[in-house]
Design a protein around this ligand. Structure first.
Ligand code: AP5
Ligand code: MG
Length: 191
């Protein structure tokens, strides 16, 4: 199975993606984790993306695609992927679809983890990840989400590939519902 996990900063994408990867035998690929790893390693790509990530701005599409291409193709060849944090804009969704279709690795389902704003802020402030979990940067990341990613939900909804899950409950409850929903999708894919 090849799936996209969409959600605001702090919605639990990383937390749930790891569990789903275990359950369904998929490779978890987080665009944010990949970009942060490049920054830590000081690679050329890392140097190019550092200022965007620390400010909570979107990294330019070509750089994100460069980081993702290889891992996505490799995962598709070994059981499928769960892509967390990509795509994030309508443009990325269109670009990803065109590129992935050509390679035969396009996503089959998109899941939206829906969580109210106050809960997102509470979780992110409690976590305090590096330079992008300060109050100002959190607020900016949430604005970027509203402006660029929320319109992308429509893009998938119109194609009937979108499953919405209430992500505000406990991690175990959210996992349980995700597994139920994705098992339905999996059955429909094998029909
Ligand atoms: P990214 O790393 O994707 O960050 P994000 O979207 O802001 O999301 P987070 O990783 O902060 O949250 P999450 O949804 O994974 O939640 P988590 O499970 O950690 O992106 C970072 C940056 O990289 C971007 O700002 C951008 O610069 C760049 N970037 C990435 N992708 C890009 C793209 N496609 N295009 C351009 N730029 C891109 O949970 C959060 C906290 O809540 C944790 O402490 C967790 O333990 C807790 N928690 C989780 N679930 C629950 C629950 N159910 N109840 C209570 N607490 C919970
Ligand atoms: Mg994450």
């Amino acid at each position: 199975m090849r799936l996209l996990l969409i959600g605001a900063p702090g919605s639990g994408k990383g937390t749930q993606a790891e569990r789903l990867a275990d359950h369904f035998g998929l490779t978890h690929i987080s665009s944010g984790d990949l970009l942060r790893r490049h920054v830590e390693e000081g690679s050329k790509l890392g140097q190019a993306v550092q200022r965007y990530v620390s400010r909570g701005d979107l990294v330019p599409d070509t750089l994100v695609m460069d980081a993702l291409r290889k891992p996505v193709v490799a995962a598709s060849e070994s059981g499928g992927y769960i892509l967390d944090g990509f795509p994030r804009t309508v443009e990325q969704a269109e670009l990803a679809r065109a590129t992935a279709k050509e390679l035969g690795v396009d996503a089959q389902v998109a899941v939206h983890l829906d969580v109210p704003r106050e809960e997102l802020i509470r979780r992110l402030l409690a976590r305090g990840r590096g330079s992008d979990d300060t109050e100002d940067v959190i607020n900016h990341r949430l604005e970027v989400y509203d402006q660029h990613t929320v319109p992308m939900l429509d893009y998938y909804a119109q194609r009937a590939e979108l499953v919405r899950v209430d992500g505000s409950r406990s991690p175990d409850e959210v996992t349980k519902e995700l597994i139920t929903e994705l098992e339905k999708v999996q059955r429909s894919l094998t029909l």
